[in-house]
Design a protein around this ligand. Structure first.
Ligand SMILES: C[S@@+](CC[C@H](N)C(=O)[O-])C[C@H]1O[C@@H](n2cnc3c(N)ncnc32)[C@H](O)[C@@H]1O
Length: 382
C-alpha cells in the first residue's frame, strides 16, 4: 500500500470515528462505508471564500489543507455559476450519514439519490448496497460525467443519469428509498409513482423564502406520501428548474413614512426559530423576501435584522430587546413583519411545536403542511 493510500484510509477511518463520537452516525455499516470512501478522490478541487474579499478560490484536495477539509465534516462547494453562486457541493459527511440513517436504508433496498453532485453520497450507498441497487441523477451533465469517472476510479459503478431529478428515474423504478440532496419547494409527484408501497423519501422541503423549511421523511401509504419533519434541520441548495434559486430583482427600498412599533417575535426567525419562519410563509409573507443584517456604523457590530421584498417594502428589527420586546421599523406598501408575528402567535397557540410535530401530506393534487396530525384544523397548502 502506498503512503498516500495509507493516509487516506487512516483519515477516512478517523472521520468515521468522529462522526460516531459526535452522535451523527450509529450504524456500524455506515461507519464502514465512510471509512472505505476516499472523499478526496471524489472532490479533487473545492472552492472556498476568502475571509477578506469573499472571493471564491480553488483548493486542491491533494494539498495538506485540502486533504484535511476532505476528511472533515464540512460541506465543500464544487461548482459555481458565472455569477459565483454555488451550483453543487459535496454535502458534509455528518449530514449525509444522518440522512442515510433517517432514511432507514437496509440491505436489499434499491435507492435513488437525486443530486449526484460529487458522488460522495452515491459512493456510500454503493459501498453498502452494491452498485446494482444504487441510482443517481443530476441535472448537470458535466457533474454527472465527472462523478461517473471518479466513482469508477474508486471502484463504484452505480447507475448515473443526467436528468431533471423532479422526473425521478422511471426506467429503473421502483425504489425502496429516494434521497434528495437538493431542496424542493414542493415534492415532485413522479417520486411517489416510482416508490414502492411502504417506501420512504427523505427530502428538504423549502417552500419559498431563504431557509424556510426542513427535512421531511415521507412514507408511501396508499394514494399519498405522508410524514413528519426530522428533528435534524438542514438546508440544501434549491433544485434547479423548480423555482427561483437566487433572489430576483428587488425595487429600491421605499424609505418614506417609517412605521415603528415593538414585537415579541424572534428578531431573526430564520436562525432563532425556523418553525416560525416556515409558518410565516403561510401567514402572508410575500415571495422573494431577502434577509440580512445591519451593522453599527462605526464598529460594524450587528444591531438589526433586515428584510426586503421585491416591491420595495422593508423591515428592520432591533436585535437588542427591552423587556423581551424588539423595536420594528417598517417602510413600503407591505408589512413584512406582520406575517412573522402571526406565525409566532400560531406557534405559541400550539404550545411551541418543534419540527417533529409538523408534517406533510402529499397527494397528486395537493401538498399540505400540518401541525400534529394530517387531519388537524391547523394546516396550510403548499
Ligand atoms: C448539494 S449538491 C449534492 C451533493 C451530493 N449529495 C454529494 O454528496 O456530493 C446538490 C446537487 O443537486 C443538483 N441538482 C440541482 N437541481 C437539480 C435537478 N433539477 N435535478 C437533479 N439534480 C439537481 C445540483 O447540480 C447539485 O449537484
Amino acid at each position: 500500500m502506498s503512503q498516500r493510500e495509507d493516509s487516506w484510509t487512516a483519515r477516512a477511518a478517523r472521520l468515521a470515528e468522529q462522526l460516531e463520537n459526535d452522535g451523527a452516525l450509529h450504524d456500524p455499516l455506515w461507519k464502514e462505508a465512510v471509512a472505505a470512501t476516499p472523499r478526496h478522490e471524489l472532490v479533487p478541487t473545492f472552492y472556498r471564500q476568502s475571509p477578506e474579499h469573499h472571493e471564491w478560490e480553488p483548493v486542491d484536495t491533494a494539498t495538506p489543507e485540502g486533504f484535511d477539509a476532505a476528511y472533515s465534516p464540512t460541506t465543500l462547494v464544487t461548482s459555481l455559476d458565472e455569477r459565483d453562486h454555488p451550483l453543487s457541493s459535496s454535502t458534509k459527511p455528518d449530514l449525509v450519514v444522518r440522512m442515510l440513517e433517517l432514511l432507514g436504508v437496509r440491505e436489499g433496498h434499491r435507492v435513488l439519490a437525486v443530486g449526484t453532485g460529487s458522488g460522495y453520497t452515491t459512493a456510500l450507498l454503493a459501498h453498502r448496497l452494491g452498485d446494482r441497487s444504487v441510482y443517481s441523477v443530476d441535472i448537470d451533465p458535466a457533474l454527472v460525467e465527472a462523478a461517473r469517472g471518479r466513482l469508477a476510479r474508486v471502484g463504484c459503478h452505480p447507475t448515473l443519469a443526467c436528468r431533471d431529478g423532479a422526473e425521478g428515474l422511471a426506467e429503473h423504478a421502483p425504489y425502496d428509498r429516494i434521497l434528495a440532496t437538493c431542496s424542493v419547494p414542493r415534492v415532485p409527484w413522479p417520486w411517489a409513482d416510482q416508490l414502492v408501497s411502504g417506501g420512504t423519501i427523505l427530502v428538504n422541503v423549502m417552500p419559498a423564502a431563504f431557509n424556510a423549511g426542513g427535512l421531511v421523511a415521507l412514507h408511501h401509504c396508499g394514494d399519498r406520501l405522508e410524514g413528519r419533519f426530522a428533528d435534524q434541520w438542514a438546508s440544501f441548495m434549491g433544485m434547479r428548474g423548480a423555482g427561483p434559486t437566487v433572489p430576483g430583482q428587488h425595487r429600491a427600498p421605499d424609505t418614506g413614512n417609517p412605521r415603528t412599533r415593538t414585537t415579541n417575535a424572534p428578531p431573526t426567525p430564520w436562525w432563532d426559530n425556523r418553525v416560525v419562519w416556515l409558518l410565516a410563509q403561510f401567514h402572508g409573507l410575500p415571495d422573494g423576501v431577502t434577509i440580512g443584517m445591519r451593522g453599527e456604523a462605526q464598529t460594524g457590530h450587528p444591531v438589526a435584522a433586515t428584510m426586503t421584498a421585491p416591491d420595495g417594502s422593508a423591515a428592520e428589527i432591533a436585535l437588542a430587546a427591552t423587556n423581551g420586546h424588539h423595536e420594528v421599523t417598517e417602510t413600503g406598501p407591505t408589512s413584512l413583519w406582520e406575517p412573522v408575528e402571526r406565525a409566532h402567535r400560531t406557534w405559541l397557540t400550539h404550545g411551541k411545536p418543534d419540527w417533529p410535530r409538523l408534517g406533510l401530506t402529499v397527494t397528486e393534487h395537493e401538498q399540505r403542511l400540518w401541525i400534529d396530525h394530517p387531519d388537524s384544523p391547523s394546516h396550510w397548502t403548499l
